[in-house]
Design a binder for this molecule. Structure first.
Ligand code: KG4
Ligand code: ZN
Length: 354
């Protein structure tokens, strides 16, 4: 079964063809980073206009790369929630037009849940078979907009156990990068700076928010403020502290120390969530996704956590960590297989479901 996936929830216009919910026949992503760079953040109106211009060529490129014609498609899946409303409507409208004109089913999928599907995808020619004995599993999504832990019975039956109460982890990385004077988008640049040879991740003891004893929620605003004060000094009452003179080495130490605290928070809450799940029964795997799972240090720490805990880790390759449409098509296949059908009344929804 061939599913075309469309993704336009934020600033990437993406289309992909996935076969039988696993094999990625194509994945095309048109990034808008250049359009938003001068504003150091995504400008919704610019994003939705760019999606309108790009969606048709991106779909054509995905079909060409997959070696399939429109008539070969069996269904169209689209990320319809959560995201920027003006961006989501472009993908939803395109998906409806395609599904209607081809006479195939349309299915809307949750973008955040789709990030958890990314680790179940196979590259076009990969030999490995998908493993259906991964569940029950824990899920972790760390992206620019979301930081959540899930209990998963399957890719389509999941319950959120905890989430950030303030900044998402990717947002914290991006803001930390801005504080350190790094270019937009900041997460990857901070990753590179933290890997400067000799960078000392213990130069600063930044806070790891534990919250209540049994809390599975995250908080990254204190970490961000601690970094700001380490860079600018702590201002006195009514005073604006001038920036400190930082060497390249100082900046690398700050980036590495920030990453150490951020990753410690993730591993701490995963440990708590795993204890809760194991008290209830089995937990076989850890499925992860979202842009921050492309981070070098976090990848190593997640691998270490899974090894220590005996969990099968599904950590997508970096191109499937970031926003893409292959994860949408893959989850779309699973949602259709679960018997869910949407129709042309499908609407974009800006908020998250759970
Ligand atoms: O999943 P994603 O592409 O979009 C959302 O759904 O939000 O995630 C984007 C986020 C951005 O905040 C970006 O800075 C962050 O992921 N990111 C990284 C890295 N690559 C992307 N953060 C840290 N290290 C990276 N290597
Ligand atoms: Zn995303």
């Amino acid at each position: 079964m061939l599913v075309l996936g469309l993704e336009t929830s934020c600033d990437e216009t993406a289309a992909a063809v996935v076969e039988d919910g696993e094999r990625v026949r194509s994945s095309v992503i048109a990034s808008q980073h250049d359009l938003h760079a001068e504003y150091a953040g995504v400008v919704p109106e610019i994003a939705s206009r760019a999606h309108v211009e790009r969606i048709t060529p991106v779909v054509r490129a995905a079909l060409r790369e997959a070696g399939v014609a429109l008539a070969d498609l069996d269904a169209v899946a689209v990320g319809y929630r959560p995201g920027l409303i003006g961006s989501l409507v472009v993908g939803v409208a395109a998906a409806k037009a395609l599904a209607w004109s081809l006479g195939v089913p349309i299915v809307g999928v949750d973008h955040v849940h789709a990030h958890l599907y990314a680790g179940l995808l196979r590259e076009r020619n990969a030999g490995q078979q998908a493993d259906h004995t991964l569940f029950p599993a824990l899920g972790l999504v760390v992206s620019g907009g979301h930081t959540s832990i899930y209990a998963m019975e399957s890719p389509v039956a999941l319950k959120r156990l905890g989430a950030t109460i303030d900044d998402a982890l990717g947002e914290a990385f991006d803001k930390a990068a801005t504080i350190l004077g790094l270019p937009y988008p900041g997460g990857p640049a901070l990753d590179t700076l933290a890997r400067t040879p000799g960078a000392n991740d213990r130069a600063h003891d930044f806070p790891v928010a534990r919250l209540a004893r049994d809390s599975l929620d995250f908080s990254f605003s204190g970490l961000k403020t601690a970094l700001l004060y380490a860079v600018r000094g702590v201002p006195g009452p009514g005073e604006r502290a001038p920036p400190l003179a930082l060497t390249e080495r100082d900046r690398a130490d700050l980036a590495a120390s920030f990453e150490r605290a951020a990753c410690a928070a993730v591993v701490l809450k995963l440990g708590r969530a795993l204890a809760v799940q194991r008290a209830r029964g089995l937990c076989r795997a850890l499925l992860t996704g979202g842009g921050v799972t492309a981070n070098t240090r976090l990848r190593a720490e997640l691998a270490g956590f899974a090894r220590r805990e005996g969990l099968d880790l599904r950590l997508p390759p970096p191109r499937f960590c970031l926003d893409n449409a292959a994860m949408i098509a893959g989850l779309g296949h699973a949602v259709l297989a679960a018997g869910v059908r949407h129709d042309l009344a499908l609407s974009a929804v800006p908020t998250t479901a759970c």
